[in-house]
Design a protein around this ligand. Structure first.
Ligand SMILES: C[S@@+](CC[C@H](N)C(=O)[O-])C[C@H]1O[C@@H](n2cnc3c(N)ncnc32)[C@H](O)[C@@H]1O
Length: 229
């Protein structure tokens, strides 16, 4: 099979980090490395500044749901940015893995306005009302039908909008990350990172409402964005 065939469909294998019996120390090291990966490669901070943070009005109070929040580096940064803007932001950071939630609580459990919660993102209605939904590198953990459901529910429930940012499935991303990823040792980052790119998305993979903007962005990202205002 040629390399382009390999990337035609989403891979279905399970990531090591998603196995309940995977090594806890390696899992925590992986979560630490996500912070660096997010800062270096995801460009998620700029995306959030241009979308959700720009949408928030100084003096107003909002509730944001972060799905698959991991070690919570992004919600903590978002809270700092909101405070600088004079926005009263409250974030519920949801993750389905108890080990991840415990690690995030150790690091950021004392952060004001941040609730770190064990729960399944598919039950996001349980955390309503909220104005915004956000997720970074989370959707690729789900089968396509579930990912569609999460986006649809977010569209129904988030009164001001949502941003989902994830990995674009492409041989070029795979090649690029494979050249860099050897720096990540004693963790799942390299192996899971490469599998995550194969589990990533192309625009045609998910059916979403027509008002949702679906865009590719460099390096190797795909985003689903909807703001109601
Ligand atoms: C690749 S990590 C991304 C973490 C974080 N958003 C970041 O960008 O650093 C994906 C996270 O999604 C969580 N996750 C997977 N399936 C989930 C589900 N159904 N509901 C909530 N969290 C889930 C995993 O436990 C993991 O912490």
């Amino acid at each position: 099979m040629n390399v382009f065939q390999t990337f035609k469909h989403r891979a279905e294998e399970e990531e090591q980090m998603d196995r309940p019996d995977s090594d806890a120390a390696r899992l925590c090291r992986t979560l630490d490395q996500f912070h660096q990966i997010n800062v270096l490669f995801s460009r998620v901070r700029g995306l959030l500044k241009r979308t959700l943070l720009q949408d928030m009005r100084p003096g107003e109070a909002y509730h944001l749901l972060d799905l698959g929040a991991g070690a919570c580096d992004i919600p903590v940064w978002l809270l700092q940015q909101a405070e600088k803007k004079g926005v009263q932001l409250r974030i519920t950071a949801l993750d389905a893995d108890p080990r991840v939630v415990e690690y995030a609580q150790q690091r950021y459990g004392q952060t004001e306005r941040l609730s770190i919660v064990l729960g399944d993102a598919l039950d996001l209605n349980a955390y309503s009302p909220f104005e915004y939904v956000f997720a970074n590198h989370f959707l690729h953990h789900l089968p396509s039908e579930q990912a569609e459901n999460v986006i649809t529910l977010a569209g129904r429930l988030a009164s001001r909008g949502f941003v989902f940012s994830d990995l674009r499935r492409s041989p070029w991303s795979y090649l690029g990350f494979s050249m860099f990823a050897h720096v990540y040792r004693n963790s799942f980052s390299r192996k899971d990172g490469l599998l995550s790119i194969r589990k990533g998305f192309r625009k045609e993979d998910l059916r979403v409402e027509p008002q949702v903007k679906v865009r590719y962005s460099l390096p190797g990202r795909i985003q689903w964005i909807h703001l109601t205002s």
